[in-house]
Design a protein around this ligand. Structure first.
Ligand SMILES: C[S@@+](CC[C@H](N)C(=O)[O-])C[C@H]1O[C@@H](n2cnc3c(N)ncnc32)[C@H](O)[C@@H]1O
Length: 476
């Protein structure tokens, strides 16, 4: 096999590289030559996957780091990378934050990180470049230095690549960039990203082949077979919980909803998880006891939750087993109000729907339990369904997972589930704590989509052997 060498800039936990590693065309395959990343935990993930000699830990804006890259990466064939995207994002504070916050983002130095990417392209002159970013970059404008005229960042990046001798036009299109949806490439998730493929050979750039346009992979396909995970329910400051009054008002209804969820789960347990049936059995006993007291009693609810937590913790010991990936398949803690919300919501619905009386998902208990400002955050809770791809997996999952509620279990997705929904291989291990893992996973280019991009580039190399191959072989 001929190895086509990649330099992955802003490599994160390595989604882009993981996909390229699976691309093939005749005797061509990619090899990760070097990955640059600033974040400690992401570097650990990369080092363990690819070997520490391939990882450059550092800040791309530092000259010493650039020098090391230039020194280590002479003759690299493809530079791939997605500079951080917070400021171009269509989600979060870039769209809905306060005026001050948006102003701060506008002046954020991360806005210009792409320039460092281009500087390394200019100096290393690889045959191919792949630039990836969030869809929001298509509409994002910046002032150009000279004229102070507003220009689209995406067009600027293309212009600069052209000025460096690259051809950016997409084959059969008038455009120089493509908007890809990861679901079209076999990822069980809808995630739109822009890519620019550029080459030094004046050849129009390929469009990756869409393998799954009419048969999207679903959440069920990706994670239904995983062992059940139950959340620990926090009891600290329960009396202070927002809308605890509603919980009191609908006390039996809320408890029933949670117990029904638990009961449902016992129908789906794996043979090695029979402990969940026992847990449910014991919990039911306790529940029958407190249910007869018609009025809300904080102590009784506390005792009930503590008993549940004890049973879950006991189960935990049985669940870890030998598999290290179990460590990332653990639920975060939730408060009881949220667990009740998760239990009551219908699969495939969100809070904007359950708060709207003209909608078939409208639910008065949920409507009253909803704890956020309705004017700004209507769709804070999203419960996914088995038979559809997931919404875009976000790095925001490190803060909370409310937009990623599991279709059946009363909790939000685990990091392991998020990674599978991003189409990472099931043996891909992320380092760092839960938040660090969510960040790496949520930031990643879905490997299945990256694989399709890689396949398209290898095919272009293969189809243009006379022009491109000599350059790739020459530098070996
Ligand atoms: C959008 S993520 C890239 C995800 C990656 N392409 C993947 O597929 O997994 C951007 C990454 O750039 C890193 N980063 C941010 N500023 C950096 C800098 N100044 N130098 C190097 N890396 C940086 C962040 O830590 C983050 O992991």
């Amino acid at each position: 096999m001929t190895k086509v060498k990649i330099l992955d800039l802003f490599a994160g936990g390595g989604g882009f590289s993981a996909g390229f590693a699976n691309s093939r065309n005749s005797d061509l395959e990619f090899e990760l030559h070097r990955a640059l990343e600033i974040n400690e935990e992401a570097c650990l993930t990369l080092e363990n996957r690819y070997g520490s000699h391939r990882v450059i830990k550092g800040d791309i804006t530092k000259q010493s780091v650039k020098d090391r890259i230039l020194n280590d990466c002479k003759g690299v064939d493809v530079i791939i990378g997605g500079p951080p995207c917070q400021t171009f994002s269509l989600a979060g504070p870039a769209r809905s934050g306060s005026i001050e916050m948006r102003e701060q983002l506008r002046n954020d130095p991360r806005n210009t990180l792409y320039k460092h990417f281009l500087e390394l392209v200019e100096k290393l002159k690889p045959p191919f470049v792949v630039f990836e970013n969030v869809e929001g970059m298509v509409s994002k404008k910046v002032e150009t230095d000279l004229s102070q005229k507003q220009e689209k960042v995406i067009e600027l990046v293309c212009d600069e690549l052209e000025a460096l001798g690259y051809h950016t036009k997409v084959d059969g299109q008038d455009r120089r960039y493509q908007v890809l949806n990861s679901a079209d490439y076999g990822t069980p998730q809808v995630r739109k990203r822009i890519i620019i493929i550029a080459n030094r050979f004046n050849i129009d750039n390929p469009m990756p082949i869409q393998s799954h346009v009419s048969n999207y992979r679903t959440i069920g396909d990706a994670i239904k077979d995983l062992p059940i995970r139950l959340p620990i329910i926090s009891t600290s400051r329960m009396e202070k919980l927002k809308n605890i009054e509603t919980l009191k008002k609908y006390y039996p209804v809320s408890l029933d909803a949670f117990m029904d969820r638990m009961e449902d789960l016992t129908f789906h347990v794996h043979s090695e998880q029979q402990g969940i049936k026992e847990l449910n059995y014991q919990l039911k006993d306790f529940y029958e006891n407190i249910k007869t007291r018609k009025n809300y009693k904080i102590n009784a609810l506390h005792n009930f939750i503590n008993f549940y937590n004890l049973l879950v913790e006991k189960l935990e010991i049985n669940r870890f087993g030998e598999n290290p990936f179990n460590l990332s398949h653990q639920s975060r803690e939730h408060n009881f109000r949220d667990v009740v919300i998760f239990s009551l919501m219908k699969q495939g619905s969100n809070s904007a729907r359950f708060m709207n009386p003209i909608n078939e998902d409208y639910d008065i208990v949920l409507d009253e339990l909803y704890p956020y400002a309705r004017s700004k955050h209507k769709d804070t809770y999203v419960k996914h369904s088995w038979d559809r791809p997931s919404n875009t997996i976000l790095a925001h999952m490190e803060k909370d997972g409310l937009k990623f509620i599991h279709p059946e279990q009363p909790r939000t997705f685990t990091p392991y589930e998020a990674a599978l929904l991003q189409s990472f291989p099931d043996d891909y291990r992320f380092y760092g704590g839960r938040n660090a893992q969510f960040r790496q996973i949520g930031n990643a280019v879905p490997p299945k989509m990256a694989e399709a991009i890689g396949n398209a580039i290898l095919k272009t190399i293969s189809d243009n052997r006379n022009i491109i191959r000599p350059e790739i072989i020459e530098v070996k």
